[in-house]
Write a protein that binds this ligand. Structure first.
Ligand code: PRP
Ligand code: URA
Length: 206
């Protein structure tokens, strides 16, 4: 599995504001959108395209058009904070959903909803979940994708912990991880350190 940790001064500036405990949730949502744009650009860099032509007002121009089937799968609820950016850049993408929730006491994920296309064998699948902590949620989502025969899986996260990366590598050896930050570790409640707190709560002002 490849892990790609993004490195760009505009990303670092945006991450600094996203992590800041004093950032209000309306700003947090906008910053998450911007980071998700950068992650989407990086994660889709090698998607296949075909040559074609279009008529400009002046003459015929050679162009390239996306030729891949792309499926975005946000993990509810926090992954919804990344979906708008993804669809703004890949408007032709299909969308499926996994609803996963960590138990507050054990940090073990359970699935409460799934609506994902049945056959993903010919698709480039992008799992969207901003936090990769223990990796339990990501591993569960990866298992759901494997049941649907997904072969090309990319996981877009905003903050990842080494524990989560290791768990996902074990669960989905062929997947690629794109993350805006690889943090130090986890605390006793399995929150990422230094992290940014509870992403879903900060996104939705709860
Ligand atoms: C968060 C996050 C991931 C999960 C990561 O979701 O969005 O899905 O935790 O933790 P893990 O790697 O230890 O599984 P949460 O369960 O808090 O639900 P929410 O998105 O509804 O807030
Ligand atoms: N989920 C979050 O939202 N934050 C963490 O640090 C870990 C899991």
């Amino acid at each position: 599995m490849g892990i790609h940790v993004l490195d760009h001064p505009l990303l670092h500036e945006t991450m600094a504001r996203l992590r800041d405990r004093d950032t209000p949730c309306d700003d947090f949502r906008m910053l998450a959108y911007r980071i998700s744009l950068l992650l989407t650009l990086e994660g889709t860099r090698d998607l296949p395209s075909v040559e074609g032509t279009v008529e400009t007002p002046l003459e015929t121009a050679a162009v390239r058009r996306l030729s891949a089937r792309v499926v975005a799968v946000p993990v509810l609820r926090a992954g919804l904070g990344m979906l708008g950016a993804f669809l703004d850049l890949v408007p032709s993408a299909q969308v499926g959903y996994f609803g996963l929730e960590r138990d507050e006491a054990t940090a073990v994920a359970r699935c409460y909803y799934e609506k994902v296309p049945a056959d993903l064998s010919d698709a480039f699948v992008f799992l969207l979940d901003p936090m990769l902590a223990t990796g339990g949620s990501a591993a569960m989502a990866a298992e759901g994708l494997r049941e649907r025969r997904a072969g090309r899986v990319r996981f877009l996260s905003i903050v990842a912990a080494p524990e989560g990366v290791a768990r996902l590598v074990e669960a989905a050896p062929g997947a690629e991880i794109f993350t805006a930050a690889l943090d130090r570790g986890l605390d006793e409640q399995k929150y990422i350190l230094p992290g940014l707190g509870d992403f879903g709560d900060r996104l939705y002002c709860t």
